[in-house]
Write a protein that binds this ligand. Structure first.
Ligand code: PHE
Length: 727
């Protein structure tokens, strides 16, 4: 640790401040452990049915919509006197869209809440986790909407009220071939999502059988923000349509980025698109796309119509498929309960398997007792401004037909060599370079803060990535406050105002963190500040979730989106702004550090850690404050530019990006300012080229391969100098 920087402060203030890290750490722990928006209320009388849904997180809308359907069904049954005179209560636990939380939720529903049956999840990957627990514990589960074939294959306890993905893939392949007359389609799937992988496979099988050609196969991972590399390489294959079997949040972003790159292909998808949020995130770029679903809001059946009318009255909008499926799943459960000789999980399971001709709002449900899947038709909807519009219905086909499609085309989508992006020539290469440099500029802006603070304090400021995240939100709120959605009279001035606001807010946050968390421990052993930094980082992450909610937000387009093309390389206004702002800030920083006394002092401490600048004058506390303020403001510029470019921000966004920026700082030589810029650009390029030419699956890995390489072969970093560890 560096030596004391200033004269001793008044003892009382010091004593109070010394406690700050402990307070921060405790708060962080409390916030991390608090059950945000999770538990429902439990009532001990009557019967308890458990439900597990993603009420928060990236797919929060799945849970919200489905729960509305559950709530209506529970009201209906209790209004009619319950099941055989007993009221039925619902306990909903939040999965946050995560597999481990889903497992915890189901275990708790059965063991603690005493649920006789379980409803959920929506996402197939989570139903696959929860279903196994229900199977083991002998409690029946009904998934309202999980379509992956494997879900009900878990065992005889697991049911669903929706069709399955082999059929859904068939529906969209037929739609693409017969209805749209497409022959060249690309597939873009989420590799970490069982639903997406299974649906992509079913689509490819059937589309090939129609004689169509799959011209490109690319992948992403849920929560990714940059799809440029994959989209660029798909564009070079000139598809007429891209099939994207993913969830609404990612799909909305993909649509925006695809249009920016000048991709003209029609976007096609599956039921995972079903959310009003899709139109909100995708904006005009998602309109005119098509997806398959369980239920059309303009459904003509009388039963559906009365459900739709009641739902509309209550929520002021038409129900999504999710709400309707939720309603049907719960009603089908009550129907089985009424027939069961006793209200035990075992007896209910037996009756569920016997469900025949149950009239649901999404159609008539007859459970196949062997597979526990109903046979139902699908609809295709077109994404339109006011709501999605019915396009066509596809009737069920036999399991043999679907199996024949799978047999006709041997399993090759799993073969990674086929996923390899098609090279695509020089134009594509330059496009990848432009995209890589723009991502790299953002890493560089963040890396500067790590390097400057390390240079002055010898501290790895883990909270820096959260300053980046918070400042993106500051920009988001500022832009919305200025009224960006309506379009503004002075767009350039307003965009500048958003940038400056976020930078000032971040500078204040940075200085506050330094003052409250780091300064009190500056004389403590080396480990203390490090742990404090981790504590502050966790605190801010959880504060972010608490204040902004875990649901991702769409960053307003504060820069008019237009683009031009040079030799097949698309350059958007947004990219120009990213380059312009980053270069200007970097030049400004360089000037500041070289020309001003404070800047020189900041630089000097790195090589002269005894608290004196190179010219022998003592370092003052305000040098620290200035370092934090500048570093944080640069990260804020990174945050706003990131929001502009990737369009999606959420409270956990700092974790991975911050880590990569930190690696960039290490790569360039931690403590070295030009090194951070160089490191950032190199990491951005390496990622983009890896995703574009190898596979997007390795995008994150490449950064860490580089880190290991640097640590082994050039631990001081590219531009760093070997120096004695400061203690
Ligand atoms: N079918 C999707 C899955 O299995 C979930 C889903 C259904 C999402 C319906 C939206 C609407 O993962």
């Amino acid at each position: 640790m560096p030596a004391p920087i200033s004269a001793p402060r008044p003892p009382r203030a010091t004593r109070l401040l010394r406690r700050a890290p402990a307070v921060v750490a405790t708060l962080a722990a409390v916030l991390a452990l608090a059950p945000w928006g999770g538990a429902g209320c439990k009532s001990r009388e009557g019967l308890t049915v458990g439900a597990y849904l993603s009420m928060t997180g990236a797919t929060a809308d799945f849970g919200t919509q489905t729960k509305r359907g559950f709530d209506m069904a529970f009201e209906d049954v209790n209004h009619a006197g319950g099941v055989r005179g007993k009221p039925v209560s619902l306990v909903v636990l939040d999965t946050q869209g995560k597999a481990d939380e889903a497992g915890n939720a189901v275990t708790r529903l059965i063991d603690v809440e005493g649920a006789v049956a379980v409803l959920g999840e929506v996402a197939s990957s989570l139903s696959l986790v929860g279903g196994r627990i229900c199977q083991r514990k002998g409690v029946p589960m009904i998934s309202p909407s999980s379509t992956n074939e494997a879900v009900t294959q878990i065992g005889d306890q697991v049911f669903r009220v929706c069709f399955i993905d082999p059929f859904q893939g068939y529906v969209m392949a037929r739609f693409a071939a017969d209805h749209m007359h497409y022959t060249r389609v690309a597939v873009f799937r989420d590799v970490r999502n069982d639903y997406s992988v299974g649906l992509a496979r079913a689509f490819v099988d059937e589309f090939r059988r129609t004689g169509g050609q799959i011209v490109a196969e690319q992948s992403y991972s849920a929560g990714d923000t940059d799809f440029g590399a994959q989209l660029t390489s798909m564009k070079s294959a000139a598809p007429e349509a891209i099939f994207i079997p993913g969830y609404y949040g990612d799909v909305g972003n993909i649509a925006r980025q695809a249009k920016r790159l000048g991709l003209q292909a029609t976007l096609l998808g599956g039921d995972g698109w079903d959310s009003p949020q899709l139109r909100e995130i995708g904006g005009p770029d998602i309109l005119g796309s098509y997806y398959s679903n369980h239920f059309a809001p303009d459904n003509p059946s009388p039963r559906a119509r009365s459900f739709i009318a009641r739902y509309r009255q209550r929520h002021g909008e038409p129900p999504t498929s999710l709400a309707a499926q939720g309603y049907d799943a719960a009603m089908m459960l009550f129907d089985a309960m009424r027939r069961a000789p006793e209200l035990t999980p075992r007896a209910i399971r037996v009756e569920l398997a016997k469900t025949r001709d149950f009239a649901g709002v999404t159609g008539v449900i007859t459970m196949d007792p062997a597979t526990r899947n109903p046979i139902k038709p699908a609809v295709v909807l077109r994404v339109a401004p006011g709501g999605d519009v019915f396009e066509t219905t596809v009737e069920p086909v036999s399991a043999d037909t679907l199996a024949a499609a799978a047999d006709a085309t041997p399993d090759r989508i799993a073969d990674p060599s086929r996923q390899r992006p098609s090279g695509g020539g020089l134009g594509v290469f330059f496009q990848q370079l432009v995209n890589g440099l723009s991502a790299g500029s953002i890493y560089a802006l963040i890396a500067l803060g790590y390097t400057m603070v390390y240079g002055v304090l010898g501290l790895i400021n883990f909270a820096h990535s959260e300053v980046f995240m918070m400042s993106a939100f500051a920009g988001f709120y500022c832009a919305n406050w200025l009224g960006y959605r309506q379009g503004l009279p002075f767009p350039i001035a307003a965009a500048f105002a958003v940038l400056v606001f976020a930078m000032v807010a971040a500078a204040l946050l940075g200085v506050t963190i330094e003052r409250l968390a780091y300064r009190p421990v500056r004389n403590a052993p080396r480990l203390t500040p490090l742990i404090t930094a981790i504590g502050v980082s966790l605190l801010l992450q959880n504060l972010g979730v608490f204040v902004f909610s875990a649901t991702p937000r769409s960053f307003p387009s504060i820069v008019a989106e237009s683009r031009f093309e040079i030799g097949g390389v698309v350059i958007t206004n947004v990219k120009l702004v990213i380059f312009g702002v980053s270069i200007a800030l970097m030049i400004g920083l360089d000037r500041f550090v070289k020309k001003t006394w404070t800047g020189k002092a900041m630089r000097a401490v790195a090589v002269n850690p005894d608290g004196r600048a190179a010219d022998g004058r003592p370092r003052r506390p305000h040098h620290l404050a200035v370092t934090f303020a500048l570093g944080s403001a640069l990260a804020a510029a990174g945050g706003v530019l990131f929001g502009l470019d990737q369009t999606k921000i959420e409270p956990m966004m700092g974790v991975l990006i911050g880590l990569k920026a930190f690696v960039a700082a290490v790569l360039g030589g931690i403590g070295n300012i030009p090194g951070a810029v160089l490191g950032g650009l190199l990491i951005g390029l390496a990622e983009q080229l890896t995703a574009g030419y190898l596979s997007a699956d390795y995008r994150d890995a490449i950064t860490f391969v580089i880190l290991v390489g640097v640590l082994l072969f050039r631990p001081q970093g590219l531009l760093g100098v070997v120096r004695q560890e400061k203690v």
